[in-house]
Design a protein around this ligand. Structure first.
Ligand SMILES: Cc1cc2nc3c(=O)[nH]c(=O)nc-3n(C[C@H](O)[C@H](O)[C@H](O)COP(=O)(O)OP(=O)(O)OC[C@H]3O[C@@H](n4cnc5c(N)ncnc54)[C@H](O)[C@@H]3O)c2cc1C
Length: 492
């Protein structure tokens, strides 16, 4: 008998979503990720859970409706990492006329079924706080509801749920060879050790590496797809209001500017073809200038490339023949050949559904329980989305030393499981050493013990974004502490 029912190579959003779905249906699942969970394209998404207005413009009504239905599910199952926001589109006389925007948003509202989120509205921004950050000529704007997501935490929480349902999650484990007969035999380099396992089915969810892995590791036909890069920039906070601005750029593209980690603004996205090694992705200077100029058309404060604190880029494959948001799922099974699923690309909004459909394709091969992921909260997400502020208040009552901002960050990251991180601490000192004003030894230990964090970057850039504000000295102290936890013989 094979060791596992399903082996998954690649721990991005597609891989962990498959793992969660399949483990919850009773399959014996193992996932191998060569680096950290969500370490590649899945932590460089536009961070939106939305129906996508640009799809509506291309008359993709059914697709928008499906994405909005998924948005509702995300709010229900992940109210800590998925937060509703008001999105604001300032009307620009050179771009889409106001009547077209109004009609589009009317349609958007009507495709949204029972979301509980407020509908769209027209606002006079000369007398509204959202207008404060914008240039004078913008008098009218349209406001509508959509959601933002912490993409890299979504990956980790999905993996955590998969693990709690029995999946084995191995990070730092690179699949180097897979032989296909009526089962798969996989060879791994797992944290320096060679290891072999067998599985009844295999999923290649290696994103930008999927073609290369198909050719060199699996020795199977490569999917017909091209690599695309997507990038965003992070700049110091440009506005105080809790809105996402949607700008119509002069080339017709929509540019999003979102509040990011209290002190910053995230602006994106720009996409183009990519060639090279997906492990080395850098944003082009021209793309940085493009986003700065797009933002400067709207914001009072000019945004210059020198203001950019960090760039965020990811690469994934996109098929020439399909729409990008859908992603691609290829299923291959033949007599005496174990099934192979290849899944890449696609947006965050529909990732749960994509995984559900893919695992359902394995139904003829295994007895399994019915679909379930739409109704089960992710770890820490078992509260109503409109009770987020209450969760924050409860956290501050219980851990009185938390500031409002800290409590918000912690609830957004851990939701109702915050007690697993802070325990019964009555003072900050009880949480162990401090790495900067917010990160404590207790949180680091929790992330290492329960969420597969191994290196400072895993914590500073994926399980949180505290890397944006942490000093070099604090980072060094954190690295030494983590090395001590990894190796108890060293002082932590
Ligand atoms: C151009 C572009 C536009 C996009 N637009 C949007 C959008 O509008 N909205 C949206 O929500 N998302 C968008 N995305 C999607 C998003 O960025 C990701 O594509 C999505 O999160 C799915 O990622 P993934 O799991 O397929 O790949 P990844 O997150 O890249 O994960 C693949 C993982 O496989 C691992 N791996 C590779 N080889 C091996 C091996 N041999 N052994 C073990 N592990 C291995 C890698 O380390 C990596 O972590 C876009 C992406 C691109 C590139």
């Amino acid at each position: 008998m094979a060791d596992y029912d399903l082996a998954i190579i690649g721990g991005g959003l597609n891989g962990v979503s498959l793992a969660r779905d399949a483990a919850g249906r009773g399959l014996r699942v193992v996932l191998f990720e060569q680096g950290d969970l969500g370490g590649a394209a899945s932590s460089a998404t536009p961070r939106l859970i939305h129906g996508d207005l640009s799809v509506l413009e291309r008359r993709g009504f059914w697709r928008v409706r499906r994405a909005l239905a998924e948005r509702r599910i995300w709010l229900r199952i992940a109210p800590h990492v998925v937060r509703p926001m008001r999105f604001v589109i300032p009307a620009h006389s050179d771009e889409r006329p106001p009547w077209l925007l109004r009609a589009g948003l009317f349609l958007y509202d009507s495709l949204t079924s029972r979301s509980g989120l407020p509908g769209s509205a027209t606002i006079d921004i000369t007398h509204h706080p959202v207008g404060n950050a914008l240039k004078r000529p913008f008098g009218t704007a349209f406001e509508y509801s959509d959601c933002v997501v912490d993409d890299s935490r979504l990956v980790v929480l999905t993996a955590l749920d998969a693990a709690e349902r029995g999946a084995a999650i191995r990070t730092g484990a690179r699949c180097v060879r897979a032989d296909r007969t009526d089962t798969w035999r996989l060879a791994m380099v797992d944290r320096g050790h060679r290891r072999t396992i067998t599985a009844r089915a295999l999923a290649n969810t290696t994103g930008a590496w999927a073609s290369m892995v198909a050719e060199t590791v699996l020795r199977q036909p490569q999917p017909a797809a091209a690599a695309m890069q997507m990038s965003q920039i992070i700049v110091p906070k440009l506005f105080d209001s809790d809105n996402v601005y949607v700008f119509q750029n002069s080339d017709g593209r929509l540019i999003f500017a979102s509040p990011f980690e209290r002190q910053f603004t995230l602006i994106g996205t720009v996409t183009h073809d990519f060639t090279g090694d997906p492990a080395i992705v850098a944003m082009r200077g021209a793309d940085i200038s493009y986003l700065c100029e797009a933002a400067s058309r709207y914001f009072r404060e000019r945004v210059a490339p020198a203001d950019v604190i960090r760039t965020v880029s990811g690469v994934n494959l996109t098929p020439a023949s399909a729409r990008r948001g859908d992603g691609t799922t290829l299923f291959h099974a033949r007599r005496r050949k174990a099934p192979l699923i290849t899944m890449f690309g696609g947006d965050v909004t529909t990732s749960r559904l994509r995984a559900e459909r893919a695992v359902t394709r394995l139904t003829p091969f295994y007895p399994m329980s019915p679909r379930w992921t739409a109704g089960a909260a992710l770890p820490g997400g078992d509260f109503a989305w409109d009770r987020f502020d209450t969760q924050v208040d409860l956290a501050r009552e219980r851990w009185r030393f938390l500031s409002e901002g800290e409590a918000r960050r912690l609830v957004a990251a851990y939701g109702s499981r915050l007690s697993a991180v802070l325990g019964e601490a009555k003072t900050r000192d009880e949480l162990g050493p401090a790495f900067g004003p917010e990160l404590t030894g207790a949180e680091v230990r929790y992330l290492m013990a329960c969420e597969w964090a191994r290196f400072p970057e895993d914590i500073l850039w994926r399980r949180s974004k505290l890397g944006l504000t942490m000093s070099a000295a604090d980072r060094d102290t954190l690295a030494a502490f983590m090395a001590g936890v990894n190796d108890p013989s060293r002082p932590g």
